[in-house]
Design a protein around this ligand. Sequence first.
Ligand SMILES: NC(=O)c1ccc[n+]([C@@H]2O[C@H](COP(=O)([O-])OP(=O)(O)OC[C@H]3O[C@@H](n4cnc5c(N)ncnc54)[C@H](O)[C@@H]3O)[C@@H](O)[C@H]2O)c1
Length: 250
Amino acid sequence: MELEGKRVVITGAAGDIGGATARRCVEEGASVMLLDIDENAIAAAAAEHASLLHYRLDVTSSADVAAAAAAVQERMGMIDLLFLNAGIEQPHAPFIDLDEALFDRVMAVNVKGVFLMAKHFVPIMRDGGSIVITASIASLMGLPGNAAYSASKAAVAGMMRSIATDCAVRGIRCNTVHPGSVNSRMMARSAEAATGGGDTTLFYEQVSAMAKLGRMVEPVEIAEMVVFLGSDRARMVTGQSLVVDGGTVA
Ligand SMILES: NC(=O)c1ccc[n+]([C@@H]2O[C@H](COP(=O)([O-])OP(=O)(O)OC[C@H]3O[C@@H](n4cnc5c(N)ncnc54)[C@H](O)[C@@H]3O)[C@@H](O)[C@H]2O)c1
């Protein structure tokens, strides 16, 4: 097993990508702490398996994040894999119409949340651990009406390279995973918004056609990359942006 005996912390663990990753980590022998703002959802997910723990936090709150780090250390000890995956999308809007408060909210969750989590959790990581941050292909290509989201995901890719440099002395690696369009509730919300609640068939056909492999990415296909990056097989991979998109930005 790839993650036998490892201790894993996942933010956004109530979501599709976080949930799929938690399941794959358990299959690979890890203990997993599920962190999310949605307490009921992580409690329900944690009830599925004995090696799943959970703790509610808002990643934009330094008090919440500090308390979560203390709780994780008490319940798990030092951790091996930190998957910083909590994120929010923005309603598609031309940047000129984008509300300033919405811009700030996207940056707070997607960028400041990653910073706070890394700041408070790296001190409770074992030397040789791995940090994986969920970015997006939105950081690598122009997508319409996505200025705040694209900026936030480009920001964490930049932050990742600096964290990878700072943490190298402890053998801690840091990388970003950049999903393409994932078959997920987040995508369903985008489809509903784009179609005004109408027929989403054309939306999904167009999204699927953007990928050279002709379909959306399944959440578990992101999870596979996270498991790899958390395993010793990726022991010389750090400071990298790994794209899992079926060839959309190729
Ligand atoms: N779904 C896609 O197509 C897609 C594509 C590229 C990148 N991503 C990124 O993947 C990550 C996971 O997305 P997903 O598809 O699983 O979405 P999702 O909406 O299913 O999951 C996101 C989770 O983050 C949690 N969250 C939101 N704000 C939070 C906060 N302040 N504190 C703690 N938790 C918070 C939510 O409660 C939710 O459970 C996100 O960072 C997203 O931007 C998704």
